[in-house]
Design a protein around this ligand. Structure first.
Ligand code: DQA
Length: 143
């Protein structure tokens, strides 16, 4: 199966950014873990990161034309207010899982609200890099 892994704003700063919350792994380290899991299981994955809402929307729409089997998306802070990303996820026929490195429901009140998760088949949070791997598994089991 073919998966698009989408990382939202500030995730390019992993390793530098609030290590007590997000750990010491860089985005490259996380992508390598995801890639290793995908290859072991015979899947294809492509990676995308942007700090820009519109670029993320373009990438979600591209997943439709590329006939991806699933999107695993960490929308970062866009999670909490981007109705445009919600609409993009709703627009495509590709099932998406929302993932978060940190346990968003155990943090500040504003992080407990996701406007993007209702456009996904589900949300996984709190498992670090494994959240993405669990997201891939969730798409596979959903089909
Ligand atoms: C995050 C959680 C969000 O609240 C935050 O804005 C992020 C990262 C996570 O992966 O835990 O940028 O999506």
């Amino acid at each position: 199966m073919k998966f698009n892994i989408i990382h939202g704003p500030n995730l390019n700063f992993l390793g530098i950014r609030e290590p007590e919350i997000y750990g010491h792994q860089t985005l490259d380290d996380i992508n390598q873990e995801i890639m290793a899991y995908a290859m072991e299981n015979g899947h294809e994955v492509s990676f995308f990161q942007s700090n820009y809402e519109g670029a993320i929307i373009d990438h979600i729409q591209a997943a439709h034309f590329e006939k991806m089997d699933g999107i695993v998306i960490n929308p970062g802070a866009f999670t909490h207010y981007s109705y445009a990303i919600h609409d993009a996820l709703k627009s495509v026929s590709v099932p998406a899982v929302e993932v978060h490195l940190s346990a968003v429901h155990q943090r500040e009140e504003f992080r407990k609200i996701s406007v993007t998760a209702p456009a996904c088949i589900g949300q996984i949070s709190g498992f670090g890099a494994d959240s993405y791997i669990l997201g891939i598994l969730a798409v596979i089991r959903h089909k």
